[in-house]
Write a protein that binds this ligand. Structure first.
Ligand SMILES: Cc1ncc(COP(=O)(O)O)c(C=O)c1O
Length: 403
């Protein structure tokens, strides 16, 4: 199973095969194998001799050495994610999505470097730039997510990395990723993309010119709201640098969590399709409601990002936002508190729907968020959308008049 590394199948088939090398799933002495790579929990690895111990110290990532360098369960997940990104050399795993972002930036930037960060980045990504990166002598300029090839005007001799996130956090602007990565390659600047919303199934990042694709596996890959992890999948040119920095930073993940992520990965294709269909149904319903100001979902033909999304993405996942017309904090709180199916909680991408208030004003600097209406972010799960719509109707009824 999956020992023919060079043979590539369609994405849904790759999801089933990926990471299931016979080395990790079978033992000839036992006469066969199992479907899923077993959970290899380990800190200590035992060696037969000093010579073997020395030799293994120089081995690459898929030889047992010490628990922090992983076991077959960890390698199977990394290998599977690499298989999902055509053109990738390898994947590194981190205990959270934020750890993947910060480790990638630390690996690729040095004091004196300049970073171009998209203005619609996830808030902790922004905080890391303004906080630790600044303290370590890296300067960040935030840029308009809609800048496209105009990014070239912001590149300086010391610019080393352009960070993208598409669609953007909370407000879902779709970036022209191919235009930005084309300019970046011409100018010798590395690109890194937070691809959590789409996953490689809806947007293969490296095929669109990205050098390092990041995902919070906590969201759709895990899919069940019970585990946290992040990943960086990189080109052959950048993979060795990322791996070295990841070892130096001591980043390691639990094999038990990797088994959960592998389980989630096998059903990612069908889940994403259902998340996408459900979310679009809810978004279309909301767009027709008098209580709603704007709906931010790139799958809607009227959305500002629809053209680029239709060109570059093969589908939409389940996360989008909308404003409540004329509503302020209090009316939004009445709306959200009245919801029964939608949970109120952070994160997204799980099988259950969630609703949270979103306030982008304070976390934008290159652009201004001027819409006065209160914004709500929905993560649409796998329920029947008719029940979700009935729930949202309950919210509108509870909102009543007044801000
Ligand atoms: C777009 C995006 N990127 C990264 C993260 C961080 O992932 P994690 O929660 O696994 O650290 C999140 C979390 O909400 C996110 O929304």
């Amino acid at each position: 199973m999956n020992d023919r590394k060079d043979e590539r199948f369609r994405p849904a088939t790759e999801l089933v095969r990926a990471g299931r090398r016979t080395d990790w799933t079978s033992d000839p002495r036992l006469g066969g194998g199992v479907v899923n790579p077993p959970v290899w929990r380990a800190s200590t690895i035992l060696y037969d001799s000093i010579a073997e111990m020395k030799a293994r110290g120089h081995a690459t990532h898929d030889k047992l050495y010490y628990g922090r360098r992983g076991t077959p369960t960890v390698w199977a997940l990394a290998d599977a994610l690499t298989g999902m990104e055509p053109g990738a050399e390898g994947t590194l795993l981190y205990p959270s999505g934020v750890a993947a972002i910060t480790s990638g930036l630390l690996a690729l930037l040095s004091p004196g470097d300049h970073l171009l960060m998209v203005d619609t980045a996830y808030e902790p990504t922004r905080q890391f730039c303004d906080g630790m990166l600044k303290r370590f002598g890296v300067e960040t300029s935030f840029y308009d997510p809609l800048i496209g090839a105009g990014i070239g005007d912001l590149i300086r001799p010391e610019t080393k990395l352009i960070f993208l996130e598409s669609p953007g956090s909370l407000t879902f602007e779709v970036q022209d990723v191919p235009a930005i990565t084309r300019v970046a390659r011409e100018r010798g600047v590395v690109t890194m993309l937070d691809n959590t919303w789409a996953t490689p199934l809806l947007f293969p990042a490296l095929a669109h010119g990205v050098d390092v694709a990041m995902m919070s596996l906590t969201k759709y890959v895990g899919g069940h709201s019970d585990a946290m992890m992040g990943s960086l999948t990189a080109t052959p040119a950048l993979w060795p640098r990322l791996r070295k920095a990841t070892y130096q930073l001591g980043q390691a993940v639990s094999p038990d969590d990797c088994a959960l992520m592998l389980r989630g990965l096998r059903t990612l294709d069908v889940r994403l399709q259902r998340h996408g269909v459900n979310a679009l149904a809810v978004a279309e319903w909301l767009a027709a409601r008098p209580e709603v100001g704007r709906v931010f979902h790139p799958g809607l033909p009227g959305d500002a990002g629809h053209r680029l999304w239709s060109r570059d993405f093969s589908g939409a996942s389940g996360l989008f936002g909308f404003t409540l017309k004329g509503a302020g904090d209090a009316a939004r709180a009445r709306f959200i508190d009245a919801l029964a199916h939608f949970g109120l909680g952070f994160s997204w991408g799980g099988y259950e729907s969630l609703a949270v208030p979103a306030d982008p004003q304070a976390i934008r600097s290159a652009t201004a968020w001027t819409d006065p209406d209160a914004l709500v972010r929905l993560s649409i799960g796998l329920e029947d959308p008719a029940d979700l719509i009935a729930d949202l109707e309950r919210g509108f009824a509870a909102m009543g008049g007044g801000g």
